[in-house]
Design a protein. Structure first.
Length: 114
């Protein structure tokens, strides 16, 4: 069993998610509780599922990797960060997840507007 799954299993034993919280969380994102639970040990999942699992108490580094981290979206987020534009909370969450997945965000020189 991969190390991430072992660590997640230990976390789930120490910090179980109640059936009520699971049911409520699943309803909020339009899934059946069993479907949401099936993503606990998945390698990847839709971004909304990943965010909900983290919200329910699964540590971000143990949650599945979002399947919606497409190159264009990654580049768009890099540009936002580079330009120091204000990010909404969803983009901040995604930026954190991308960093955890190994993406690097480098500062690029700002245009002088000549």
């Amino acid at each position: 069993m991969p190390e991430r799954k072992i660590e997640l299993r230990q976390h789930m034993i120490a910090h179980p998610i109640s059936a009520e919280a699971l049911k409520k969380g699943a309803k909020e994102i339009g899934l059946a509780p069993q479907t949401l639970k099936s993503y606990f040990y998945s390698e990847s999942a839709p971004l909304r599922v990943c965010n909900k699992l983290i919200e329910l108490g699964i540590p971000a580094h143990l949650a599945p990797i979002p399947t919606q981290t497409k190159p264009a979206l990654i580049e768009q987020i890099r540009q936002l960060i580079t330009r120091n534009e204000k990010l909404d909370s969803e983009n901040k969450d995604l930026r954190s997840r991308l960093i955890e997945c190994g993406c690097e965000f480098r500062e690029t020189p700002k245009s002088t507007g000549v």
